[in-house]
Design a protein around this ligand. Sequence first.
Ligand code: SF4
Ligand code: SF4
Length: 112
Amino acid sequence: MELKVDTLKCTGCKICEFACNYHYDGTSSPIGSSIMFYREEKKNYYGAMVKREKSLLLARPEGPEVVKPGQQIEGASASSKPILLRVACDLCEGEDTPFCVKSCPQDVFSIE
Ligand code: SF4
Ligand code: SF4
């Protein structure tokens, strides 16, 4: 099973970050989330980074990219570095449906 992220549907509400953090420690905060939402200056350009066990999933409107540890991320800013220190996504182990999947109002996340 793998987490898919379709950021073309994202509206930037950031609920997914809070939902993921809630899975780990039951608190309402985005700080411990495996997901980091980001936006660029372009209109309606939203993306999400997901920390995985051995890679980083970079989901952008132009399509997903899997980045390996140490690999240069094209166009990355300093704000993307904290995601590398986050806990890796465990696909919401123990849950019937991952929190990001059931909380995103735009159905950006899915499991395949
Ligand atoms: S919850 Fe969904 S719509 Fe909101 S920021 Fe996350 S991916 Fe985007
Ligand atoms: S599947 Fe669970 S742990 Fe993984 S990013 Fe979504 S909410 Fe976070």
